[in-house]
Design a protein around this ligand. Structure first.
Ligand code: AR6
Length: 178
């Protein structure tokens, strides 16, 4: 197994050292994966989030995982999709990078990501997949920590988009066809 993989599942059940929460700038919870993570972690997570006073889009903040299996949660507000010409790609890439940087700073060796911004925030799945893969693979190329990064997709369809994108850009598919 390499350092990177794509799977289908419920990120609240993840056994990674840290999971990423696709949050909003308030960091005070919401629907989607954010709601699921807060429900699974219990009320102490919200209590710690209240002490953080929010987080700008594209940045990340770390909390404990409380009742989750994951020891930590990396909270990052993704960009709201506004058609693609409002810095969405740079902000989305920055979410992935910020989480990985924070993981590295804290010696966290395994991180599971959801597909940030692709639900309520409306980022088209294929475009988000290409941005997220590039950001993750660039970081892994340049850093030894974390040792393992996974994207946990909620649906098989989302995983298929990511796998196709990964195979095209990073698994030699392109070179094989030349
Ligand atoms: N495990 C893995 N992935 C999941 C899970 C889960 N349990 N639940 C949903 N997803 P979203 P966003 C996927 O809407 O677009 C919240 O209200 C989902 O299928 O959770 O970044 C926040 O508070 C989708 O692919 O996050 C913000 O206000 C992906 O997670 C806003 O929504 C992200 O969908 C953030 O919107």
């Amino acid at each position: 197994m390499g350092r990177f993989s794509i799977l289908v599942g419920d990120i609240t059940q993840s056994d990674a050292e840290a999971i990423v929460n696709a949050a909003n700038e308030s960091l005070l919870g919401g629907s989607g994966v954010d709601g699921a993570i807060h429900r699974a972690a219990g009320p102490e997570l919200l209590a710690e989030c209240r002490t953080l006073h929010g987080c700008p889009t594209g940045q990340a903040k770390l909390t404990k995982g409380y009742q989750l299996k994951a020891r930590y949660v990396l909270h990052t507000p993704g960009p709201v999709w506004q058609g693609g010409e409002h810095d969405e790609a740079a902000l989305l890439a920055s979410c992935y990078r910020s989480c990985l940087q924070l993981a590295e700073e804290n010696g966290i060796q395994s991180v599971d990501f959801p597909c940030i911004s692709t639900g309520v925030f409306g980022y088209p799945a294929a475009q988000a997949a290409s941005v997220s893969l590039r950001a993750i693979m660039d970081f892994l190329r340049d850093h030894d920590t974390p040792q393992q990064v996974r994207v946990v997709c909620h649906t098989e369809e989302a995983a298929k988009v990511l796998r196709q994108m990964y195979n095209f850009w990073f698994a030699g598919t392109k070179a094989d066809r030349l």
